[in-house]
Write a new protein. Structure first.
Ligand code: RFL
Ligand code: PHB
Length: 390
């Protein structure tokens, strides 16, 4: 089998790249280990920057998002029993859209299917060879048969657990990493929204986040031990923890409902530098991870793909390699900005075990600052909506 661009992974990065390349007249094949049903039902991100929504709309896959996504003009910071609002639109002129990642994936898969695009689900044994040559290839197993996909480029969009990154020789790659000693306990709840906007709460018992998915389904998280088990948390225990962390002194309280999903995610920051070697390029979580506090992961994956699609177009349409050569440097500027913001917001909002009471008071002082100083609020808002990106 032969194509121009071989893409490993049908997450947001891989599917969006395949879709954008198709619009530019470039052929691609996407290889994915999981089934279509699985990728279309896994609950992950919820917050899309305007950069992301603009690109999806421009690429013709934003119709359902425009109709069903909820535009938010601000969010709330809860601390010391009070809630203060960060007015994103007044500060930056931009907003964010809450639209679930698996809904974005449904829209992208539908677009690939409508265009007769090649997406192989349920593949196994993926391996890459020849990235130092102009004729790289990907071997994989599909429906019990071993196959080889010959291509001009291999794009590793296979997330944090994928195989692509390890194909770059260790001597060429440097890993930068920070593992946080806490995780997020996430729940999905059948209930009306607690508030019109997201609430990020800092409390001595730990961080909590009240987000939403639709008028009838809510997404909430609270800081926990990453090694804890969902079985240790009865619904009553979850609600009492969320009330303790989020409810404010003026009586505003978290709206309860039937909990129908519980999961725990670990938190880490990670950057692979370089993001390319020969004819292999990494994009999205395959190249970098952020803790979810800043809601940047999916948005970063989309911004990598924007850069890569443009660079591949310059290669095929104008025989230029300069944009491909500059890919890592171009992408890393935005990635390091988002890494810093996500790390900063994580340290600002979470209970940091082992730090002194002095440092805990500094967290509160900083929250007072970002909610009262225009300059500090603006810096936070620009990072959150994504306009501080280079
Ligand atoms: P993905 O989505 O992990 O997709 C990678 C795909 O590759 C497949 N794969 C393979 N396929 C073939 N061969 C192999 N050897 C393969 N190995 C793996 C996998 O099955 C998978 O389908 O990576 P991608 O495309 O880079 O997208 C990244 C985003 O998914 C991720 O950054 C976000 O979900 C992060 N994130 C958030 N990002 C935001 O922008 N806004 C948010 O509000 C937000 N909230 C979150 C989040 C992530 C969370 N978790 C679960 C870590 C909230 C949470 C709780
Ligand atoms: C979500 O709705 O899943 C969500 C929202 C904001 C974040 C992270 C996750 O910072």
């Amino acid at each position: 089998m032969r194509t121009q661009v071989g893409i490993i992974g049908a997450g947001p990065a891989g599917l969006l790249l395949s879709h954008l390349l198709h619009r530019q007249g470039i052929e691609s094949v996407v290889l994915e280990t999981r089934g279509r049903d699985q990728i279309e039902s896994t609950i992950r991100a919820g917050v899309l920057e305007q950069n992301t929504t603009d690109l999806l709309i421009e690429a013709g896959v934003g119709e359902r998002m425009k109709a069903e996504g909820a535009v938010h003009h601000g969010f709330e910071l809860a601390f010391e029993g009070k809630r203060r609002r960060i007015d994103l639109t007044a500060l930056t002129g931009h907003s964010i859209t809450v639209y679930a990642q698996h809904e974005v994936l449904k829209d992208l898969v539908a677009a690939r299917v409508a265009a007769n695009g090649s997406v192989f689900f349920n593949v196994s044994n993926t391996s890459i060879s020849g990235i130092d040559t102009d004729t790289p290839s990907i071997r994989f197993t599909h429906d019990g048969a071993e196959q080889t996909l010959h291509c001009d480029f291999v794009i590793g969009c296979d997330g944090s657990q994928g195989i692509s990154r390890a194909s770059i020789p260790a001597a060429r790659r440097r890993d930068y990493e920070c593992v946080f000693p806490f995780g997020w306990f996430g729940i999905l709840v059948e209930a009306p929204p607690t508030s019109d906007e997201l609430i990020y709460a800092r409390h001595e018992r730990g961080f909590a986040l009240v987000s939403t998915r639709s008028p009838t389904v809510q997404r909430m998280y609270f800081q926990c031990d990453p090694k804890d088990s969902t079985e240790n948390w009865s619904d009553d225990r979850i609600w009492s923890e969320l009330h303790a962390r989020v409810d404010s002194a003026d009586g505003a309280t978290v709206t309860e409902g039937r909990i129908f999903q519980k999961n725990i995610v670990a938190m880490r920051s990670y950057v692979s530098s370089t993001m390319q070697h020969g004819r292999l390029f990494l994009a999205g979580d395959a190249a970098h991870i952020v803790p979810p506090t800043g809601a940047k992961g999916l948005n970063l994956a989309v911004s990598d793909i924007r850069i890569l699609a443009k660079a591949l177009r310059a290669f095929y349409a104008e025989n230029r390699t300069d944009l491909l050569d500059a890919y890592t440097d171009t992408a890393l500027k935005r990635i390091w900005r988002a890494e810093h913001f996500s790390y900063w917001m994580t340290r600002l909002m979470h209970r940091l075990d082992g730090v002194s009471e002095f440092e805990q008071r500094l967290q509160v002082a900083e929250l007072e600052h970002v909610t009262t100083s225009h300059a500090a609020a603006l810096a936070m808002a620009e990072n959150y909506v994504g306009t501080s990106a280079v």
